[in-house]
Design a protein around this ligand. Structure first.
Ligand SMILES: NC(=O)c1ccc[n+]([C@@H]2O[C@H](COP(=O)([O-])OP(=O)(O)OC[C@H]3O[C@@H](n4cnc5c(N)ncnc54)[C@H](OP(=O)(O)O)[C@@H]3O)[C@@H](O)[C@H]2O)c1
Length: 275
């Protein structure tokens, strides 16, 4: 058996050119109206991927779609260099809306190659002080909404026996912090969900990659109502990450050859020590 592998060794050992071609693929990105999701959607469109952009704030999605279409026109990119876009109103906490987002993507392009399950919100509050209603909203979005997104998006991938699933977890899913009980728990759940899904689908042509960012500056900190000292305390002078850093990482994962499973990526600001 080992000899069979060695037959291919000479051809493959130093071949760096067999990246997965993204141009012409179709992606669904949840939480595409700001921050990481918006950066990923833009990066994909600029690589020729047609992107269904899902979120509740459709005005933002429509602005993005118009801006990317203008950009493609200005660059005269009518040869598939730019992907198309579709703005979809979708609250991932609602099973009907999430299923409809997948259906509308398939109706438009007849396929789904990539899902970026990214929609999410934060909470940072000592457990005994937290508002249970906000816990529920966050868990419904980050855990139940993630499950719904994966359920509906992965089914058509299994039918075609190909696809790439990106699950947006967090370093918080690995490293618990004070004030992070609910959010760290939700992101530990996201990482576990992704790993279970990987076990279920990896023999059927579907790859799963979990992304675990450290501090990324976006609207996340405002939505989570972070106190002003929280980010500086985590960074301790380090330069933070920005959404484009995560988008670049996701493109790297997506471009790996079909035989390569990049299953988990922990990405922090280089100088962030903890968490
Ligand atoms: N920023 C960080 O430091 C950091 C670090 C690690 C992981 N993450 C994770 O990265 C993901 C994106 O965060 P971000 O930093 O880009 O924050 P952001 O700028 O606040 O973006 C969050 C996105 O999620 C969408 N969203 C929220 N609730 C939703 C719902 N119920 N249905 C559909 N979409 C919903 C928002 O869109 P609408 O409000 O328009 O619906 C928005 O597009 C989250 O899963 C977050 O946990 C962030």
């Amino acid at each position: 058996m080992a000899q069979d592998y060695m037959q291919d060794y000479a051809a493959n050992a130093t071949s760096f050119d067999d990246k997965t071609e993204l141009r012409g693929q179709v992606a669904l990105v949840t939480g595409a109206s700001s921050g990481i999701g918006a950066a990923v959607a833009e990066a994909l469109v600029r690589r020729g991927v047609s992107v269904a952009m899902a979120a509740r704030r459709t005005d933002r999605l429509q602005e993005m779609a118009a801006r990317l279409a203008d950009e493609a026109r200005e660059r005269n990119a009518n040869d598939g260099a730019y992907g198309e876009t579709l703005a979809l109103a979708c609250d991932v906490r609602d099973a009907g809306q999430t299923e409809a987002a997948v259906r509308q993507t398939l109706d438009r392009w007849r396929r789904l190659d990539i899902v970026v399950a990214n929609a999410g919100i934060g909470i940072r509050r000592p457990l005994v002080e937290a508002d249970p209603q906000r816990w529920k909203e966050m868990l419904d979005t980050n855990v139940y909404g993630l499950l719904l997104t994966l359920k509906y998006a992965v089914a058509p991938m299994l039918e075609r026996k190909r696809g790439h699933v990106i699950v947006m977890s967090s370093v918080a899913g690995r490293v618990p912090t004070g004030g992070g009980s609910a959010y760290c728990g939700a992101k530990a759940a996201a990482t576990a969900i992704a790993e279970s899904l990987r076990i279920e689908v990896s023999a059927q042509g579907v790859r799963v990659t979990t992304i675990e960012p450290g501090v990324v500056i976006s609207e996340f900190q405002q939505v989570a109502e972070y106190a002003p000292e929280i980010v500086p305390n985590m960074l301790k002078g380090a330069t933070p990450l920005y959404p484009a850093d995560i988008a670049r990482t996701i493109i790297f994962a997506l471009e790996q050859p079909a035989s390569v499973g990049l299953h988990e990526i922990l990405i922090r600001p280089a100088g962030q020590v903890y968490p």
